[in-house]
Design a protein around this ligand. Sequence first.
Ligand SMILES: [Fe+2]
Length: 244
Amino acid sequence: MRTDLEKVDTWEDLREWHEDPERGRVACRLEGEVFPFAWKPPDPLTLLDEARHHPKARILRQSPGETFDPTADASEAIRALPVEKVAQEPHLHLSIFDLSDLCQPGRALHPLSEAVFRPFERLCADRGIRWEGGFWPILFIGGSASATNYHIDPTPNAIFHLFGEKRFHSLKEPDRWCPQTVKDAYTKDKKLAVRPPGIGEEDCLVHDNAPGDLVWIPQLSPHWVDAGSLSATITFAFRQFRFA
Ligand SMILES: [Fe+2]
């Protein structure tokens, strides 16, 4: 297991990290009092089956490449297969951006909602974090050879790893590789960021995710993820993140 990410394990450290003009642009791991929850991972096949039949699921096939391809729809094929076969689809890339149904009693994410989502929302609010809109967990399930290719996100995200193998990559100098013009094109014109040539291993901060890990990714900071098995994560996205 490899990690190049620094650990942030107190709320005071997180505030300092976020407010530091340089460190605040770089990914880190959140642990200790920032994410102190006991929980059990959901059953992978139950979660996968409920997720693929969710009416708002975005179901794609994604292979490693230079950018994310939101047009590679595979929803009909994935919904028609037995769930055991879906679990073996190497390039499966399934996302659900509204988990309210799956968090209801009896559904696959209800235990996790009670053990982690709601307590984390309360803890963040109690410790002075503010955001716009609702607390926003998003589900991502990836196949064994799937990838979430190089991209930037409009919000800072905390990525909670549920099960499986996923290698996360971020950059030591994100703003060197992703200038303001690329960020503006993304935020104003929805133009996806493309991995620029020249990024080497020495420019990256790598983290091998284990269940329970929480990786913090600053807003508009490039990152990409390669799966090593069927895996699932929850992304907590914070719109207009700030400390009170
Ligand atoms: Fe992302």
